[in-house]
Write a protein that binds this ligand. Sequence first.
Ligand code: XBP
Ligand code: MG
Length: 263
Amino acid sequence: MSFNNSHSLQALIFDVDGTLADTERDGHRVAFNRAFQAAGLEDVEWSIELYSQLLSVTGGKERLRHYFQTMERERKFSDLDQTVKELHRLKTGYYKEIVMSGSIALRPGVKRLIEEARAAQVRLAIATTTTLENVTTLLKSSLDPSALDWFEVIAAGDMVPKKKPAPDIFEYALNHLSLEPSNCLAFEDSGHGLTSALTAGIPTLITVTDYTQNQNFTGAIAVLNNLGEPQQPCRIIQGQLPPNSSSVCLSTCEQILSSVAAR
Ligand code: XBP
Ligand code: MG
């Protein structure tokens, strides 16, 4: 009989883009640009700076629609929805090629923490805005060919009606795990992701990227540069970790939940 201590750590729930791997600048952005070229929109190019603004819109299809409706108003499409759908299909293909090329590495500490969780039978889930096939390709290419079996729930993209910062995707993961938010810890990289996880009631750790480092992370347990490795301690940017934590390991996560419960 499993004793369900109301404060015990039962599951880790990971965001994908920016959290498992730093995918946006050299992955998704490059894939969008290749799709524009392939679709004959040679004069459309999302620079690193422009993409930083566009990331305020979550979801690739929503981002495309926002761009053409606000920054390319003079460009007329007979059917914008169909154009967005086709561009996003092309983009997803290019993104998967980039991931399968091995050029997108997992961030420090991610594989280590996931393997610690597996060894301790702590359950694993994904809650992401990105398209499901992008997630499965990244997990198989960058984590392990059998990694899809490691995650009880892969909640992704259009599985829910509202994308982050709405809580839908984290609530979807909680429902499929049949767990209380207080028994889980979420890992995110962005303000939108933090809002989504906190609205779902899940204590959340942030590991920032170049794109998200200046965003508002009020309410996070702590904001870190990454999860750290034994030889590469993480740096605390905001908040705090349990005493003597130089990286985020499973015991760190358990202590965090206990301290949250004790508040
Ligand atoms: C990040 C997103 C996604 C990606 C692009 O997702 O907002 O839209 O930028 O992927 P998260 P798609 O941080 O929640 O993992 O084009 O497949 O949407
Ligand atoms: Mg993210």
